[in-house]
Design a protein around this ligand. Structure first.
Ligand SMILES: *[C@@H]1O[C@H](CO)[C@@H](O)[C@H](O)[C@H]1NC(C)=O
Ligand SMILES: *[C@@H]1O[C@H](CO)[C@@H](O)[C@H](O)[C@H]1NC(C)=O
Ligand SMILES: *[C@@H]1O[C@H](CO)[C@@H](O)[C@H](O)[C@H]1NC(C)=O
Ligand SMILES: *[C@@H]1O[C@H](CO)[C@@H](O)[C@H](O)[C@H]1NC(C)=O
Length: 477
């Protein structure tokens, strides 16, 4: 376990460092990839399953026979089809799959299909990450065949969590059509900023909506979508995720990342739980500079594309289920709203029954350009400096320091020019002993964390996220 963690830490650090295009690291990455075995081309994904969920049974179809799913008696060709793509180290057994599938079955409005690619993402992160490109092509080809066989492409809706969020975008590039919507739930960050690596972009569907909850650690920290939601600022710790509020391992590993699908699952049956306000930044939102009104709110999650808006949207949530705060979530916490005395929109306070945005599907294509966000007028504030989109400082989990192996130092022989006078005596060169700093503190936290993760059945990859987080928070995990 410990050595696996160590390898993963190195791999993740390599992937992160590659952002700097260090050719030595690139070679090391290459050798890691070469040792990973199967499934690096799209022909190798025969063990991917499309699983149709119903209340009475789940029926799996291998990717090569995915068309047969359309003939399943439980498949309703009159309904839209949601294709849920799980993340790294997840499977049909994962909590996210259970929660999202239950929410869709309860709602009953969609065919719910799980894209089960667990066979290809149960190893280390970097192997799974590399497979994402070819897996996306394989899944895209299968979906093209399903569309040819009658799947309604206009209502086909890929939804992906973490690595599955990136897979949804990679897959979309292989489709013969542009999906009307892709939803990504904290799409994976590490590695996807590398040059030449396909990832989810806002061009992959007419509407791409992303819920960011662990940006910069497990999740992507960029505005990848047409609609980017940044609940509670989009970074860890999410409310309820602090050490003390939840188990240590949960706090350090999972908690923020899983909020993305927890929020989404809640929204499937409670469409008005998560109103979010168009705003330039989390700090501007918290200052009350972006009061909600009929034209600047989008509901996060299931109903998101009902509004003809693009850009970045902010909201607050509660610390536990049900997470949605309704209209309260669309305005700053009163404790944080330090200088908003003149900026809180009265209509938000007084009109909890107001429906801010239609939840009906759009009948025309939405503008592909971003709607400019106009700052709310304020009477007392100094001009605001434009804050970067990631606002809250990211708290890095403890990092396991890999033992440092010092290469032996070879002293070049010193050649003295011939000297006619007395011979020169060279002083012996003494190399100071190299002392490696002990790493006991971080290791003990990791051991504690890993032990707790194991005892709670938490996924190994997230253990690695913590242990592997480089100190630059933007690319860790
Ligand atoms: C990895 O495999 C590829 C293709 O087989 C090969 O061209 C490349 O040299 C290998 N790289 C390493 C570091 O072994
Ligand atoms: C279908 O699979 C989910 C887990 O993915 C499980 O919770 C559910 O009980 C299964 N349904 C049936 C009818 O077996
Ligand atoms: C989950 O996947 C396993 C392995 O493929 C399979 O045996 C099992 O039937 C699946 N369960 C559901 C509920 O689909
Ligand atoms: C809603 O808020 C936006 C942004 O603050 C503002 O530009 C717009 O005028 C407001 N609309 C209404 C109807 O108040």
């Amino acid at each position: 376990m410990k050595s696996t963690l160590f390898c993963l830490c190195v791999a993740v650090l390599v992937a992160s460092a590659l952002g700097g295009k260090n050719p030595n690291l690139e070679i090391r990455l290459d050798s890691v990839l070469n040792s990973t075995g199967k499934a690096l081309t799209s022909d190798d994904f025969s063990e991917i399953q499309f699983t149709l969920y119903t209340n009475t049974r789940n029926t799996s179809y291998p990717i090569a026979e995915a068309n047969a799913l359309l003939a399943d008696p439980a498949f309703d060709a009159g309904k839209p089809t949601a294709l849920y793509m799980h993340g790294w180290s997840e499977s049909n057994d994962s909590e996210s799959v259970g929660a999202v599938s239950r929410a869709f079955l309860r709602r009953g409005s969609h065919n719910f299909v799980l894209l089960d690619w667990s066979e290809y993402v149960k190893g280390d992160y970097i192997t799974s990450f590399v497979r994402c490109t070819a897996a996306g092509e394989a899944v895209g080809a299968a979906v093209n065949r399903m569309v040819d066989a009658g799947l309604d492409r206009d209502t086909f809706w890929p939804i992906g969590h973490s690595l599955g969020g990136q897979l949804s975008g990679v897959m979309a590039k292989s489709l013969d059509f542009k999906p009307s919507r892709i939803t990504a739930l904290d799409p994976a960050g590490p590695g996807f900023n590398l040059p030449g690596i396909p990832s989810l972009t806002r061009d992959d569907a007419v509407v791409v909506d992303v819920i960011h909850t662990d940006a910069g650690v497990s999740g992507s920290s960029s505005n990848d979508a047409t609609i980017d939601f940044w609940p509670n600022g989009g970074t860890r710790p999410q409310p309820g995720c602090n050490v003390g509020e939840t188990k240590l391992a949960e706090a350090l590993l999972y908690c923020g990342h899983r909020r993305s699908w927890e929020f989404f699952a809640e929204s499937v049956n409670d469409e008005t739980a998560f109103p979010a306000v168009s705003c330039r930044s989390w700090s501007a939102f918290k200052k009350g500079l972006c009061p909600a009104n009929d034209s600047n709110v989008v509901y996060m999650g299931f109903p998101a594309p009902g509004a003809y808006l693009t850009g970045t949207f902010y909201l607050r949530t509660g610390p536990e289920e049900p997470f949605g705060l309704g209209v309260d979530g669309a305005r700053p916490d009163s404790g944080e709203n330090l200088d908003a005395t003149t900026t809180t929109d009265a209509s938000v306070t007084d009109a909890p029954t107001t429906v801010w945005a239609t939840t009906e599907a759009p009948t025309t294509e939405w503008p592909s350009t971003e709607v400019p966000i106009t700052e709310a007028p304020t009477t007392s504030n100094a001009p605001i400096t434009n804050a970067p989109t990631t606002n809250a400082p990211i708290t890095n989990a403890p990092i396991t320091n890999a033992p440092i192996t010092n290469a032996p130092i070879t002293n070049a022989p010193i050649t003295n020019a011939p000297i006619t006078n007395a011979p020169i005596t060279n002083a012996p060169i003494t190399n100071a002993p190299i002392t490696n700093a002990p790493t006991t503190n971080a290791n003990s936290v990791v051991s504690q964390c890993a032990a707790e993760a194991a005892s709670n059945g938490l996924a190994r990859w997230l253990t690695v996220i913590v242990c592997g987080s480089p100190s630059e928070s933007q690319t860790s995990a």
